[in-house]
Design a binder for this molecule. Structure first.
Ligand SMILES: [Zn+2]
Length: 334
């Protein structure tokens, strides 16, 4: 029987993996599920990472593959639910924890990324993915277990393919594939009567960011520089504070209602505006501190930005964001 759509969206939204307990605990099944965002647009989860896909009568437009193990799981899930292939993989950026595993879809899909992606990937393999560069405390261009943190630490043994107890940039980025099609500022992908826009918001967390804009679904998907209801872990990456604000304002100009970020919960446009406002307030308190000669320690000890304390990750990201912004702007990197 030729079922091109799910029997019902409700069936499609049912998680096939039983969600039990804390995802960080060892030897537990990862939290993986697929839920409908709106219409034929779905959000797919792997623990703390999220991607999206758009179902059309002629195939599936998938955003990030996340990682090789998840991509294999997702391929099987999609094959079980729908009888159309994945026709596109659209990379949010080249970082290992979002872009790995795309080759699983390569027999049916075209892989698309921003034109800065290949250079950023090559540089990451030479040194490090930018998000872990700052933790190479001894500066030896490789991470040991004491320097690794978060997702990198959790995947340490898996990533350490030569078993030398160090992670190189080449090891961390080993499963990241090159896009087959590159674009500069904006690109439209149409399939089966549906459409998604790839929008490059300029430099921010990485140099090669892509935001996906689904105009009919009035939804945006963005990763690491783009969050709602929480403070970012990814600031500043390769960007500056002014570049982050410019990126967020460019995305804010799109006509959308729903935000589906690469991490944490979904939100509304108002949540997005509040998230952008945090960075403008961050800029203002840091600039005022620098102008008055206030030290970083005194600024951190003040109640600056405490109006955002109800956002997730306020601790420790309020202090980290202030520290990065203060040091960048004190060095003239606005
Ligand atoms: Zn990233």
């Amino acid at each position: 029987m030729n079922k091109r759509y799910p029997i019902s969206w409700l069936a499609a939204a049912l998680p096939l993996t039983l969600v039990v307990g804390c995802a960080e605990a060892p030897d537990e099944a990862p939290t993986r599920e697929i839920v409908q965002i709106t219409g034929d647009l779905y959000r797919a989860q792997d623990n703390s990472h999220f991607t999206v896909f758009l179902l059309t009568p002629e195939g599936i437009i998938l955003a990030d593959p996340l990682n090789a193990d998840y991509a294999a799981w997702l391929r099987d899930e999609l094959a079980a639910r729908y009888d159309v292939p994945v026709r596109y993989v659209l990379f949010s950026h080249h970082h290992w924890d979002h872009a790995s595993g795309a080759r699983i879809f390569d027999d049916t899909a075209t892989l698309i990324g921003h034109e800065n992606y290949p250079t950023a990937l090559a540089e990451g393999r030479e040194t490090f993915p930018v998000q872990v560069t700052l933790t190479d405390n001894d500066g030896d261009n490789r991470l040991d277990r004491e320097e690794a943190f978060g997702d990198v630490l959790a995947a340490f043994d898996e990533l350490d393919t030569n078993d030398d107890d160090y992670l190189s940039g080449a090891e961390i980025l080993a499963d990241v594939d090159q896009p087959e099609v590159l674009y500069a500022d904006r690109m439209s992908v149409s399939l089966g009567g549906k459409r998604v826009e790839l929008v490059h918001p300029g430099p921010n967390h990485s140099t090669d960011a892509t935001v996906l804009y689904f105009p009919d679904e009035r939804t945006i998907y963005g990763v690491d520089f783009l969050n709602v209801k929480r403070l970012a872990y990814g600031f500043p990456g390769t960007g500056t504070l002014d570049e982050w604000i410019a990126s967020l304002k460019q995305i804010e100009a799109l006509d959308f209602d729903i935000v589906s970020p690469g991490h944490s919960s979904t939100g509304t446009k108002a949540d997005f505006v509040a998230y952008r406002q945090f960075f403008e307030d961050l800029r203002d308190v840091v600039d005022a501190a620098l102008a008055s000669g206030q030290s970083l320690d005194d600024l951190l000890a003040s109640d600056a930005l405490s109006e955002y304390s109800d956002l997730a990750n306020y601790e420790p990201q309020r202090n980290r964001n202030i520290t990065h912004a203060y040091n960048l702007r004190a060095a003239g990197r606005l």
